[in-house]
Ligand binder design. Structure first.
Ligand code: G6P
Length: 613
């Protein structure tokens, strides 16, 4: 996710903008830029790299004169990090400049129309369509122009806009992406900001812009309008956070903030790739019927949680596309003399795109003639650059070492690939395909429901009760086994409780000897066809006086009679359940670790990105 700051007041804008951008740097960024308006002229300066590069380019802001301006730090989604792709983007006549957070889903269609009418594009971003759209619609009345522009834009956006005809004014629009106005009436200055952290040094009074609303922000006044351009009144609220709290969005840790970001991350990963007719567009990655027919299998490769996402993907792809999938740890794959070539597709999974083992596996697969497609979060990372094709998860910067939104968006991306292959192969019925598309489109709402205060309270109580335990087992069958692996990893990573995942059917082959009074087993029960088998596995644990916490879908809620406690997930298709189960187990691990006062965001001995083999 990118960051936005805007300033209008009596002081020079550029130094304030640079300062605000530095406050946003915890989000991670790859490029930044500012635009300042003075005497009817907008000057834009952009730079690839950290804000320090922009500092240098603008002599710490002193090279730009003007008391109104907008700034942006970019986390690339469409187009590599570069000066050209950095924001702000200017219109061809130089009369407008914009900064944008979010994703414009119909940018391709808009770009075609705007280019046909003569607009010249100078970046690969989806954001640039906004400024050309505004330029094309402008008739001297900014408010009317923005009302019309919002009707054309599809997707999510928080946008700050400068218009050379409107001295001292920043315009702002938003939908499904946060944008607030920081009010500092005492000093005769006002701000726009994507996060309060960007402006908190200057003010604690903010107004949150609502979906579809428009703001015209000048030093003396902030005017708000609804989506039809009718004036509305909005009340400011006081933010009591300090800067550090603000960076975490008011949450105590980045991990819990990132858990709560999952509805947005899943929406961004899924929605733009599902077209109106239900077909899936994998960002132009071609999978022809001939190619799919030529495959004798798929290898999915990753490390840590990325590997676990791969196992979930394996179950899904095999079930629906009927293609054999082999899932391997990157560190094993590279030394296994892998049998691969043109008849095997290699899917490389990595949040950071920089994990050394995963990168080595990618290179080896490529060398042996396999086509490689990377599922990566960080744009232009090494893995993204070297793979034959890349499907980005749009999780946004992940700061906590233990991945959460990075992991669930990897699963969603693998589901898209699996469904696309299934359809091409004709291995799935239209009804089942449409049902799964519908489920994928609604998964973020279900995750939101799991993050409601009452649900969190319940999880906190559960975590408190079991936080003193020394070990935990996670069991499941099928996709639930894959979800168990990630649940166990999350718990051990951040709480230092010894946790092991087992395929439930394997219990009787050894692990059951470890079950004694009080041993906690988290049992996943979301795969309805496997219910009877899971029930008997659970009974074998409780009959040895083990404690069972079941994580079940509503259809399998009857497992409560055989468990000490049950966490019921929202209603969903069994095949989508691993995403919801992951959220439940992330919350459990997080609150257990919190009760144990662990260093949650930076667990001992672990690194976010492991760049050594
Ligand atoms: C580290 C992180 C894990 C992550 C793994 C793979 O071990 O702590 O959370 O799953 O690396 O990282 P990647 O960036 O390749 O997904």
């Amino acid at each position: 996710m990118c960051g936005i700051i805007g300033y209008t007041g009596g002081a020079q804008a550029a130094p304030k903008l640079l300062n605000g951008l530095k406050r946003l740097d915890y989000r991670g960024y790859d490029s930044s830029g500012i635009a300042v308006l003075e005497r009817g002229k907008i000057t834009v300066v952009k730079a690839e790299g950290k804000v320090a590069v922009l500092d240098k380019k603008t002599d710490f802001g002193n090279a730009l004169r003007g008391t109104v301006g907008i700034g942006h730090t970019r986390w690339a989604t469409h187009g590599a990090p570069s000066d050209a792709n950095a924001h702000p983007h200017a219109s061809n006549d130089g009369r407008f400049a914009i900064v944008h957070n979010g994703i414009i889903e119909n940018f391709f269609e808009l770009k075609q129309t705007l280019a046909a009418s003569g607009c010249v594009f100078s970046s690969e971003t989806d954001s640039e369509v906004i400024v050309h759209l505004i330029e094309t619609l402008y008739n001297g009345d900014m408010l009317a122009t923005l009302v019309k522009a919002e009707r054309e834009l599809k997707g999510s956006y928080a946008v700050g806009i400068l218009c050379a005809d409107a001295p001292n004014t920043i315009y702002a629009i938003r939908k499904d992406n946060p944008l607030m106005i920081g009010i500092n009436g005492k000093n005769g200055e006002n701000f726009i900001a994507s996060d309060v952290a960007a402006a908190l040094e200057y003010t604690h009074e903010f107004v949150l812009l609502g979906d579809g609303e428009i703001a015209a922000v000048s030093p003396a006044e902030v005017a708000f309008y609804d989506a039809d351009g009718k004036p509305i009144t909005k009340e400011p609220y006081t933010v009591k956070w300090n800067i550090e709290q603000a960076e975490k969005g008011g949450y105590p840790h980045f991990m819990i903030k990132e858990i709560h970001e999952q509805p947005r991350a899943l929406t961004d990963t899924v929605r733009q790739r599902i077209k109106r007719d239900g077909s899936i567009d994998l960002d132009g990655i071609e999978l022809t019927p001939e190619y799919i027919a030529s495959l004798d299998g798929i290898d999915i490769i990753g490390c840590g949680s990325a590997y676990h996402a791969g196992i979930v993907g394996k179950y899904f792809i095999e079930k629906h596309a009927r293609i054999r999938v082999n899932c391997e740890l990157a560190s094993e794959y590279i030394y296994s003399d892998p049998i691969t070539g043109a008849n095997r597709l290699t899917l490389i999974i990595s949040q950071s795109g920089e994990t050394a083992d995963t990168l080595a596996a990618l290179r080896l697969a490529k060398k042996r003639g396999s086509r490689t497609i990377a599922v990566v979060n960080v744009v232009e990372s090494a893995i993204a650059r070297e793979a034959d094709g890349v499907l980005y998860t749009h999780a946004g910067p992940e700061i906590a070492v233990a991945t959460t939104k990075g992991y669930t968006t990897q699963i969603a991306a693998l589901y898209l690939i699996g469904l696309k292959a299934a359809r091409i192969k004709g291995a799935i019925t239209n009804e089942r395909y449409s049902a799964l598309i519908k489920e994928l489109l609604s998964v973020s709402d279900k995750v939101s429901a799991m993050l409601a205060p009452a649900e969190i309270e319940q999880m906190l109580a559960l975590a408190k009760k079991y936080s003193k335990n020394h070990c935990a087992f996670f069991i499941g069958r099928g996709a639930d086994y894959a979800a168990s692996l990630e649940g166990a990893l999350k718990l051990k990573e951040i709480s230092y409780i010894h946790a092991e995942a087992y395929a439930a059917g394997e219990l009787k082959h050894g692990t059951i000897s470890l079950i004694e009074e009080g041993t906690v087993t988290l049992a996943l029960v979301t795969q309805s066809a496997l219910y009877p088998k899971m029930e008997s596995n659970i009974k074998s644990v409780s009959s040895r006086k083990g404690t069972v916490i079941a994580v079940a879908s509503p259809e399998n809620a009857k497992i409560s009679s055989a468990s000490d406690k049950v966490i019921i997930l929202p209603e969903c298709d069994d095949d989508i359940a691993p995403i919801l189960a992951a959220v439940a187990l992330q919350l459990f691990a997080y609150y257990v670790a919190d009760c144990r006062k662990c260093d949650i965001d930076k667990p001992r001995n672990l690194a976010k990105s492991v760049t050594v083999e």
